[in-house]
Design a binder for this molecule. Structure first.
Ligand SMILES: NC(=O)c1ccc[n+]([C@@H]2O[C@H](COP(=O)([O-])OP(=O)(O)OC[C@H]3O[C@@H](n4cnc5c(N)ncnc54)[C@H](OP(=O)(O)O)[C@@H]3O)[C@@H](O)[C@H]2O)c1
Length: 203
């Protein structure tokens, strides 16, 4: 990434997770474009980085709709394939991962990076508090992963290289595990994940 901040388009930027991420990046002085079903698609096409924050049911349709604008870009996909009403139960789609399926759909010309599945929207929306959890960052393209880790760091989150896009399955599944933990323990603010013993390790 150059020192100039890239423009980020958040598809689903009017929703809970999308608005939280958009708020944090805007606060970190990134130019942010908010996308919703009614947004100007031409404005979204100007962005260097696109973030997908729509419900799982709308994930593939939204990607197909904006596909020409994604060519050559990084697509950060936050999708968790929850199947209501049993959202505390892991129910990954056929093939294992909702985000890996999008990388397979788009091919190598779009670098899909999976991130933020385990970061609760209400924490992102509260600028008065640090979010205090790690972000598993999965993707087949290392520089794209580095870019997303930098974007996470700029909003106070520790992004961690968590392997190829196939590993997104673990992050997607973890969200249901966190929902189950929150339901059982009623943790104020909600549980997040932390990877231990990374401090002082080689980066
Ligand atoms: N909520 C969380 O804490 C959280 C945490 C991690 C990951 N995520 C993931 O983030 C994604 C969004 O979750 P959310 O909780 O933010 O949902 P949400 O509050 O319901 O927001 C959904 C967003 O998607 C848009 N949208 C809805 N249906 C659409 C469709 N058919 N086509 C295009 N856009 C559509 C909405 O735009 P309009 O303005 O057009 O309605 C809205 O901006 C999900 O994949 C979820 O798994 C959420």
């Amino acid at each position: 990434m150059t020192t100039a901040r890239p423009t980020i388009a958040v598809l689903g930027g009017t929703g809970a997770e999308g608005s939280g991420l958009a708020l944090r990046w805007a606060h970190a002085r990134y130019p942010v474009i908010i996308g919703s079903r009614n947004a100007d698609k031409a404005a979204q096409a100007c962005a260097q980085i696109v973030v997908l924050c729509v419900p799982y049911a709308a994930q593939r349709g939204t990607v197909e709709e904006v596909r020409p604008a994604l060519e050559g870009k990084i697509l950060i996909d936050t999708t968790v394939p929850l199947v209501p009403p049993k959202v505390a139960r892991v129910q990954l789609p056929e093939g294992g991962s909702a985000v890996a399926a999008i990388q397979a759909l788009l091919g190598e010309s779009v670098r899909v990076v999976s991130a933020f599945q385990n970061v609760a929207a209400h924490l992102l929306q509260d600028l008065g508090h640090e979010v205090e959890c790690d972000v598993l960052v999965c993707g087949d393209d290392m520089p794209a992963r580095e870019t997303v880790i930098k974007l996470a760091a700029d909003i106070g989150l520790r992004g961690i290289h968590a392997g190829p896009i196939a590993n997104s399955a673990a992050a997607e599944a973890l969200t249901s595990v966190l929902i189950a933990i929150n339901s059982r323990y009623k943790i104020p603010g909600g549980a997040g994940i932390r990877i231990t013993r990374l401090e002082g390790a080689e980066h």
